[in-house]
Unconditional design. Structure first.
Length: 116
């Protein structure tokens, strides 16, 4: 069992920054160090898309649309993953979800709004 809870969303002006957090709880925390964790986002009428992933070995990958602006990180001690978002654009507006890639668990999402 796993619980993933995102936080940090809100209203951000274009060009601004925001840091999202995802706290992981439950039995999977015993193997947190071995998890691949990812951030996805979804806007109305569109499929959920992968934004960034951090693997158990620490390697990361990003969607082309956020590469160079977003940074994913993982804190094994705090059992959390973070998404630092810089130079935000109106097209970054979405609900952002945390995902456990091995177990398939999702968080409830956190809304990020960037007015145009």
């Amino acid at each position: 069992q796993a619980g993933l809870v995102e936080s940090g969303g809100g209203l951000v002006q274009a060009g601004g920054s925001r840091r999202l957090a995802c706290k992981v709880s439950g039995t999977i925390t015993s193997v947190f160090w071995g998890l691949d964790l990812a951030w996805y986002r979804q806007t109305p009428g569109k499929q959920r898309e992968l934004v960034a992933i951090i693997r158990s070995d620490g390697t990361t990958s990003y969607a082309d649309s956020v590469n160079g602006r977003f940074t994913i990180s993982k804190d094994n001690a705090r059992k959390a993953t973070y998404l630092q978002m810089n130079s935000l654009k109106p097209e970054d507006r979405a609900v952002y979800y945390c995902h456990d890639e091995q177990g398939g668990y999702w968080g409830q999402g956190t809304q990020v709004t960037v007015p145009s």
